[in-house]
Design a protein around this ligand. Sequence first.
Ligand code: NDP
Length: 252
Amino acid sequence: MNRKIALITGASRGLGKQMALHLSAQGIDIIGTYHSRADEAQRVAETIEQGGGRALMLALDVGDSSTFAAFAAQLSQGLKQTFGREGLDFLINNAGIGVRAAFAETREAQFDLLMNVQLKGPFFLTQALLPLLADQGRIVNVSSGLARFSLPGYAAYATMKGAVEVWTRYLAKELGPRGITANVLAPGAIETDFGGGAVRDNAELNAFVAANTALGRAGLPEDISAAVAMLLTDGGRWITGQRIEASGGMFL
Ligand code: NDP
């Protein structure tokens, strides 16, 4: 039986890196993308290969949709050369950036950057990759707890994530006839480099998150990779069009 293949955007660091390591440990082949950190992506690939898995890392700017057709062609070639396959099974739209600005001070350039990376990018990347996504495949779009609860400073960021959640329901509806599921995984605050590493490195913020989380601590990348694995394995087969929040119960 063919091994499954997952494409994870933003697999060089943070949540995407941990997803790549976790899914690989479960026997899934990994195609990861990176933007600025080819070195980190290479390290992730080496770790996977040392563990007996297979990984291919490709450069991609999710914020530049003009590159997606060429990326799809490169991906198609990589699938054949590295894995002997025509298509992939799982697409995880994870890559993203945080921009913190109060609504009253949000500049158009900040809004446009967030829109391109967090919303337009995943939307048109998924469209470009549809011919490569196998029937019965699965799509996971990474949103944020901030699309459910509101914290000052994230109006533009959370607006994009909210749109991703609406788009995901349409994906589920329109791709259902092919047996493809599409779900949102919404992490709470997780200790990564995101937002300058604030949740991890700022003790006050970390304590604030822990105090407002039912399970009593900030999230770790492992908490999110485990939730993604659940959606991609048998337990997720009848789940589609849903928003699953993995936040340890933030702001319940
Ligand atoms: P990190 O900053 O740790 O990692 C971001 C990843 O995205 C890196 O692999 C980076 O690549 C990649 N990336 C950034 N910009 C681009 C771009 N323009 N094109 C392609 N890839 C890009 O962030 P997290 O891992 O924490 O975040 C991952 C996702 O989770 C994001 O969508 C974020 O919004 C979401 N999220 C995060 C939360 C958190 O608290 N950490 C909470 C809720 C949601 P490279 O390193 O090569 O530049």
